[in-house]
Design a binder for this molecule. Structure first.
Ligand code: ADP
Ligand code: GLC
Length: 478
């Protein structure tokens, strides 16, 4: 079974969030279980700098763009990577989707449409690459045109479209639809049109043979008005083709017993060593060095999705409680500023770093006592899974993948050794404060706290299990 895995980011070549983690790991597990995988991704500057021993395997001309396909391997693995090299579109100083100051690239529609067209050419065997494609596995809006374009061909490989986040849809004006030279018939609400705009996401949702999302809970939620982002009708219509497969985690990258970013590594048996990571964390965030103080952390994109505004509104009350709060993230400027000004007003309680830093993320997840995710919606969420593995108690909303992976601490669930975290009841500051007060009470009861940590550390979220489910889906597709 030959699977072309098309993604706009894959760790360690490129990562802006969980999609990068997933695309860096799932192909390895699929390959380990016998699928033949080629990962295909755009040649951003960071990708070109990080691939080695590349060979040019094809030259293409798409809409006047000269493109080369370079073959290499995903660093640290045996997964073959095909990089779509087009310096004019991708070799820039900035991120995959945004420039260095955080604004979307103005030509994102062209950048990803050309990528999608290149993937289709390869999938159709028109590039001289002799590797017959059975399935194209697409991820998020950036790859949404692939299923739509393939459907126009007399014969085409099967397509699976994975939704990692329905809220980002790749919406562009009608003029862009015309500029991209897409078939006229696709300007219809039964195809790519969405309330007068063109939607890349709809290309995947309407035309893919199967659709999945990254947790069973989110697969149900997106069929409702509250979570469907206006696409709930279409998703209800496609319900028989839609499933949920929970993400896994990379057990080598996220492992408290070997993590090089920690000051002290630890296991379930040496859990007391976890505490040795608190002091470097307090030093990093310039907060008082108090080994007994409850440290609650967050590592996140700073957006409405993640409930960062709820945190900002709750800060006055939260920072009156016996705890230290440490937040690492980048995102909406207004939220960044709100957090930063609160940190200046409360220098002994709140530490904020507006940065993207993989090493600090590990230290925060390993060194803090609890990890906060008051998300309004969460397709899967990976950081709560990392936290569980590190004995860091997750504090989460009861939505999406969070609901599938965290069990609220109640007298009953604690008794049954099932409890792994604390649930926040809704998206109000008051609910967040209530949940944090519950965490403080649990933290004060050391034996109970330790049980909670160990229950979390015992959870298994392996990619092997998810890969088995994807393979089953692939089999059904062909
Ligand atoms: P999402 O994909 O919605 O952002 P996930 O929980 O699935 O959420 O994945 C987020 C990933 O991005 C995690 O690996 C997390 O550690 C990482 N991450 C987010 N913000 C930062 C940051 N500021 N610095 C380092 N890593 C970050
Ligand atoms: C998205 C979601 C996140 C999920 C990630 C990987 O970015 O917001 O919940 O974990 O994709 O699937």
């Amino acid at each position: 079974m030959n699977v072309l895995f098309a993604t706009s980011e894959a760790y360690p070549l490129a990562k802006t969030g969980g999609l990068g983690d997933v695309s860096g790991q799932l192909p390895r597990s699929l390959q380990a279980q016998g699928a033949r995988i080629r990962l295909i991704t755009p040649g951003y500057r960071g990708v070109l700098d990080n691939v080695s021993k590349t060979t040019v395997i094809a030259d293409l001309l798409i809409d006047d763009y000269a493109i080369e396909i370079h073959e290499s391997t995903l660093p640290g693995s045996r997964v073959k990577v095909w990089v779509v090299v087009c310096p004019e579109l991708y070799d820039r100083d900035g991120g995959p989707y945004q420039d260095a100051s955080g604004d979307d690239w103005p030509d994102n529609a062209q950048r990803f449409a050309i990528f999608d067209k290149a993937v289709c050419e390869i999938a159709q065997g028109r590039t001289g690459i002799t590797w017959p494609v059975d399935i194209v596995h697409c991820h998020d809006w950036q790859t949404g045109l692939i299923p739509a374009l393939l459907k126009q061909e007399p014969q085409y490989p099967a397509t699976l479209f994975t939704i990692h986040n329905l809220a980002y849809q790749g919406l562009f004006p009608y003029q862009t639809f015309l500029d991209l030279g897409l078939p006229d018939a696709y300007w219809s609400h039964e195809a790519l049109e969405f309330h007068g705009q063109m939607s890349f996401m709809k290309g995947g949702l309407v035309f893919a043979d199967r659709i999945n999302t990254v947790s069973p809970h989110y697969a149900e939620e997106i069929k409702s008005r509250e979570f469907g982002c206006g696409l709930e009708g279409l998703l209800q219509h496609r319900a028989s083709a839609l499933t949920g497969i929970l993400n896994g985690i990379d057990p080598r990258e996220w492992n408290p017993s070997t993590d090089p970013h920690l000051k002290a590594t630890y296991t379930k048996r040496s859990l007391s060593d976890k505490a040795l990571n608190k002091q470097p964390l307090q030093y990093l965030f310039d907060l008082p060095q108090d080994p007994d103080c409850l440290v609650v952390s967050m590592v996140s994109r700073l957006t409405h999705q993640k409930g960062v505004d709820v945190i900002v509104d709750a800060l006055a009350e939260l920072l009156d409680l016996p705890l230290q709060l440490m937040i690492l993230g980048t995102g909406d400027r207004r939220l960044e500023q709100g957090l930063q000004s609160a940190a200046s007003a409360h220098p002994t309680r709140l530490g904020v770093k507006i940065a993207y830093n993989e090493s600090w993320a590990h230290l925060l997840i390993g060194g803090s006592d609890a990890f906060m995710m008051p998300s309004r919606f969460e397709p899967c969420g990976l950081t709560q899974l990392y936290s569980l593995r590190y004995g860091t108690v997750p504090i989460v909303r009861n939505v999406g993948g969070l609901a599938d992976t965290v069990i609220d601490a109640t007298p009953k669930s604690l008794n049954q050794a099932m409890a792994t975290g604390v649930i926040i009841d809704d998206d109000t500051p008051a609910a967040l404060v209530t949940a944090i007060k519950k965490v403080i009470a649990l933290y004060q009861d050391k034996p109970v706290w330790q049980k909670l940590q160990l229950n979390g550390m015992r959870q298994e979220f392996s990619w092997a299990a998810s890969a088995r489910e994807y393979l089953q889906l692939y089999r059904e597709l062909i």
